[in-house]
Design a protein around this ligand. Structure first.
Ligand code: ATP
Ligand code: MG
Length: 390
């Protein structure tokens, strides 16, 4: 019998009547993510999803890592099935978990019995297997309250299962269950993290990036493509929209007072994001804004920025410190790319004294000098679409 992967469901199990659709979504996400590691039979039973190799060419270690990056899974472990008799179970536990059993100091055995025809109760099975392992590994003491190692046994209809130790999964909700949102992806540290955080809540991402050649270089664009690529193990494949922003920025510089440059530029980003969202039937706009981080992220500035879009603006980083954001960025694997030193269109034409407490009426008056619709439309028409594959 072949070793397999067990994925423990997180909040999915709380979803009552929707549970079925959550589980189905999670299974199809797991299928897609493990496909490149071989052929798998994937099915759910009792709050657990089983990922079972179909043949010997399956890469179990790679699939295990892939499962850990699928939102909706809170813990992942490996398990080895064996015959449903006590001797076989003891022998399997002894060899399969040898490394863990020889190094742990305390342990316990926990059994679950789905097949009620099995001759021993769960408690009897735990006692017998626990006793045998205790004898085989003299380094171990039994500790039922706070053991270093828990050996899980499961008696199911088709076989008995011995579980290896569980490691944390990605948590959150299955991608696709939270609708779709446009995420504004710059080359910085923050926006890959804000994108990831909303994907963790089940939101499918439509990334949009603004670039301003020749002020921003080809390398800056490549960096954003690389960031999107690094998000795919978590967020799935994506279509990145790259929006030309040079004409808008030059026009702002020509016609608006310098202290309003950034703010008006950000309002254009919102308007275009809104158009991209409408086109993709997306229901929100995600940004990496964080209160007080820069002049354009005061409450007054955020108010002026989001006034330019009708959709809700989701800002998952709003109350976080930079260190917390950096920690997540390292964990999800985007940090090293984010710190590559390329310019962003936000740093082009940065005012020396940006307005930190802008007034909406004043901003609207200033904007009246611009051909809003024409500028947005030309930017939309000039978009480049990049497929980011899994
Ligand atoms: P980041 O680290 O994500 O670049 P930041 O702290 O540099 O953020 P800003 O430059 O003010 O802050 O940008 C705030 C948010 O606006 C970003 O997190 C991102 O969501 C969006 N944004 C900024 N520049 C761009 C861009 N060139 N393309 C798309 N979105 C952008
Ligand atoms: Mg930035």
């Amino acid at each position: 019998m072949k070793e397999m992967i067990l994925c423990k469901l997180g909040e999915v199990v709380l979803k009552g009547l929707n549970r079925r659709s959550f589980e189905d979504k999670l299974i199809s996400n797991l299928r897609r993510r493990t496909a490149k590691c071989g052929s798998w039979r994937i099915y759910s039973k009792q709050s657990t999803i089983y990922v079972e190799p179909v043949n010997d060419s399956c890469d179990l270690a790679a699939a295990f890592d892939a499962c850990r990056q699928v939102f909706g899974v809170i813990a992942v472990s490996r398990a080895l099935p064996c015959e449903k008799n006590v001797q076989a179970i003891i022998e399997t536990a002894r060899t399969y978990l040898r490394a863990e059993l020889s190094t742990a100091q305390s342990f316990k055995v926990e059994s679950k019995r789905a097949d009620k025809t099995f001759p021993l109760t769960s408690i009897q099975l735990s006692q017998q297997v626990g006793g045998a392992l205790h004898q085989a590994f003299p380094n171990l003491t039994v500790n039922v309250h706070d053991p270093e190692l828990t050996v899980f046994l499961e008696i199911r209809d088709d076989a008995a299962f011995v579980h290896g130790p569980a490691v944390p999964g990605a948590g959150g909700l299955p991608l696709g269950m939270g609708g779709t949102a446009v995420t504004l992806l710059s080359g910085g540290i923050d926006s890959p993290v804000s994108s990831w955080m909303m994907a963790k809540r089940g939101v499918t991402l439509e990334p949009v990036h603004f670039f301003s050649p020749p002020y921003t270089s080809e390398a800056a664009k490549e960096k954003v493509i690389e960031l999107a690529q690094k998000l795919t193990p978590w967020c799935g494949r994506m279509r990145l929209q790259i929006v030309p922003f040079t004409e808008i920025q030059e026009e702002i510089r020509r016609k608006c007072p310098e202290d309003h440059f950034t703010l008006i530029m950000r309002r254009f980003m919102m308007r275009i994001a809104q158009r991209c969202a409408d086109e993709a039937h997306a229901k929100a706009i995600i940004t990496g804004e964080c209160l007080g981080q820069v002049a354009s992220q005061t409450m007054e500035a955020l108010r002026c920025t989001e006034d330019a879009a009708d959709l809700p603006v989701l800002r998952p980083l709003i109350g976080m410190d930079k260190e917390e954001i950096v920690r997540i960025s390292r964990k999800i694997g985007t940090f090293d790319t984010s710190i590559l030193p390329y310019e962003d269109c936000c740093t082009v034409f940065t005012p020396r004294h940006p307005k930190t407490k802008p007034h909406l009426d004043e901003v609207r008056d200033i904007e009246a000098a611009l051909d809003m619709d024409g500028l947005c439309q030309r930017a939309m028409d000039g978009r480049e679409f990049v497929r980011i594959k899994l």
